[in-house]
Design a protein around this ligand. Structure first.
Ligand SMILES: [Zn+2]
Length: 72
């Protein structure tokens, strides 16, 4: 049983590490009214963007004043 928990823990850590390394890319709408960054390019909030959609990083988006979109 202990071994099982350990394995699950490693799996969880592994997926977390994968998520943080690959989850760094976000999408923003280059519009003066846009305030959110999106993890998914197919997010409904992003589909409303009538301007250019720019791929950036979470850190860079936050520095530009964008906050995370909660619609996805
Ligand atoms: Zn979104």
């Amino acid at each position: 049983m202990r071994k099982l928990i350990l394995l699950a823990g490693i799996g969880l850590l592994g997926s977390f590490a994968f998520h943080t390394s690959s989850g760094d890319t976000v999408y923003v709408c280059v519009s003066p009214n846009a305030k959110k960054f999106h993890y998914s390019k197919s997010c409904p909030g992003l589909q409303k963007c009538t301007h250019e959609i720019k791929e950036t990083t979470k850190v860079s988006a936050e520095k530009s004043g964008y906050t995370v979109c909660l619609k996805e």
